[in-house]
Design a protein around this ligand. Structure first.
Ligand code: GDP
Length: 295
């Protein structure tokens, strides 16, 4: 995960090693390399620039050159700033509804259906909840089947209505069914398209309005870099979602989406997907991720 970024940052800090006395020039060179590493990780230019400017100001503010170990202090400042960039504190999930309704949104292939299963499994096994999964993709029977397969794997019931092509109705019926059967979390998997289009957006906006969910989560493939950030913006403009799910972090992702999505849509990353298995889900901790990046 983010191996390339870690390696480049490590090299940047190497500039400070082996110097008897560190100068302002050494620090400036290091930060230039940090910026380059961020750009290589697919962080956009403006965010990368602001990032190094902030670190520079803090370094000056803390008199980095006069401290005993300026290199270490600079690493710490970068780590703190990476944590901030990724959202600062860990963001929880709101489970206060009765039942709690969680609406999943995102493009086709982002990992929505897989993540719906992972989240149901997580809430069942770690939070002692009784979840119901709902298949609202009325266009692709294969998607409904896929959710049933996932549900069978984790022992969670899947609600679907064959032949009904109205996702708002299906979702509302599912919530009613959940109340009757004593399910306390309803996870609604919706239809995605390959790219953002008006029909999909209108449909999910309608489901969103009808359900008024406690959590609307936007699922995005971390491998898609700045495209992920642009898609997040399009969904957020329409849904004002509550959190982001970054999938496929186990792949060869450069890191741009994880690093910049928060500052673009101002919504936290809540969970990450780290594999195809149902257990491959992690709560997202910005500080742990920053630590991991810096090795
Ligand atoms: P959807 O169209 O948004 O519902 O996407 P799917 O849930 O069908 O996922 C698309 C593909 O990505 C499937 O082959 C999944 O197994 C795979 N996938 C989903 N999440 C992850 C993940 O975190 N890591 C990896 N490696 N693959 C994933």
């Amino acid at each position: 995960m983010f191996d390339n970024l870690s390696e480049k940052l490590d090299k940047a800090f190497h500039i400070l090693k082996g110097h008897g006395k560190i100068t302002e020039i050494n620090v400036a060179d290091t930060l230039k390399e940090v910026r380059r590493a961020l750009l290589d990780a697919d962080v956009n230019f403006k965010i990368a620039k602001e990032f190094t400017n902030t670190v520079k100001e803090k370094a000056i503010g803390q008199d980095v050159l006069t401290t005993l170990q300026p290199g270490q202090l600079l690493v710490k400042l970068v780590k703190d700033e990476l944590t901030e960039l990724m959202g600062g504190d860990v963001a929880g999930i709101n489970l206060s509804g009765n039942p709690t309704v969680i609406l999943m949104s995102g493009l086709q292939g982002s990992g929505k259906t897989t993540f719906s299963g992972k989240l149901a499994n997580h809430l069942k096994t770690k939070r002692n909840k009784k979840p119901l999964l709902v298949a609202c993709d009325v266009y692709r029977p294969a998607a409904i089947n896929q959710l049933h397969v996932v549900g069978d794997q984790i022992g969670v019931e899947v609600y679907s209505e064959l032949g009904n092509d109205n996702p708002v109705e299906i979702a509302q019926n599912a919530v009613k069914y959940a109340k009757e059967k004593g399910y306390n979390v309803v996870i609604v998997d919706t239809a995605g398209r390959l790219a953002v289009d008006e029909e999909m957006m209108t449909e999910i906006a309608n489901v969103h309005r009808a359900l008024n969910p406690q959590e609307t989560l936007f699922v995005v493939d971390s491998m898609t870099g700045q495209d992920a950030v642009n898609t997040a913006k399009a969904f957020n403009d329409r849904l004002n979602f509550d959190g982001v799910i970054l999938t496929k972090l186990d792949g060869d992702t450069r890191g741009g989406a994880a690093l910049t999505i928060k500052s673009v849509v101002n919504k936290p990353i809540k969970f990450v997907g780290t594999g195809e298995k149902m257990e491959a889900i992690d709560v997202f901790y910005p500080n742990r991720m920053a630590e991991r990046i810096l090795g």
